[in-house]
Design a protein around this ligand. Structure first.
Ligand SMILES: CC(C)(COP(=O)(O)OP(=O)(O)OC[C@H]1O[C@@H](n2cnc3c(N)ncnc32)[C@H](O)[C@@H]1OP(=O)(O)O)[C@@H](O)C(=O)NCCC(=O)NCCS
Length: 159
């Protein structure tokens, strides 16, 4: 399957909203996505080559040499094919090209898939933020009265 990584733009918004609902326990809405458009953000879309079909995306922001990943997501039927790895490697190269020093992210303690991905890409666990994320009930998709820890991870971008 041939894919392409391009800067994220508004043309992918509708597909992003669908993928968010399918893949995320706490999906982003249009307002949140739009708040991540602008100069300080580095957002990329992964699409099928020769098509506008969106397979996944990564949103990050860049401030004073630090790049923070705010969202990375792959459409459920395209997971486990190496696409998140491609997007992250692209973000790493792009961040190095603009001389950023460190890549940061936060991940739910229970998110085994994402933590395995970040471990494979040489992120280190730096800290635990206790009771950071709301816990979403499986059937209602609503926060229940519980919180989940966030693991803070980083990767040095020095060559
Ligand atoms: C986490 C996520 C982005 C991974 O995307 P993906 O395209 O399936 O990941 P890749 O295929 O690039 O996987 C790369 C490696 O990560 C690890 N990994 C990915 N998914 C995994 C899973 N479900 N279980 C265990 N390890 C997993 C594996 O080491 C994998 O390498 P391998 O397939 O050769 O074993 C995807 O599951 C997703 O979109 N989840 C919902 C959104 C989310 O949780 N985002 C992260 C928020 S911090």
């Amino acid at each position: 399957m041939k894919t392409l990584i391009v800067p994220f733009s508004e043309r992918y918004l509708a597909q992003t909203l669908i993928i968010e609902k399918q893949a995320q326990p706490n999906p982003w809405n249009e307002k949140i996505i739009r708040s991540c458009f602008g100069r300080r953000y580095m957002n990329f879309a992964l699409t099928l080559a020769n098509s506008d079909q969106l397979l996944g995306y990564v949103f990050s922001d860049h401030v004073a040499g630090e790049v923070s990943i705010m969202n990375i997501c792959i459409s459920p039927q395209y997971q486990r094919k190496g696409f998140a790895k491609q997007l992250l490697n692209h973000l790493v190269s792009h961040s190095q090209a603009i001389n950023a020093e460190t890549l940061w992210l936060e991940v739910r303690e229970s998110n085994i898939a994402a933590r395995a991905l970040y471990n494979e890409l040489d992120f280190n666990e730096i800290a635990v933020r206790k009771n950071y994320y709301p816990v979403i009930s499986a059937n209602q998709k609503k926060p229940i009265n519980n919180k989940e820890n966030a693991i803070v991870m980083s990767r040095d971008l020095a060559f």
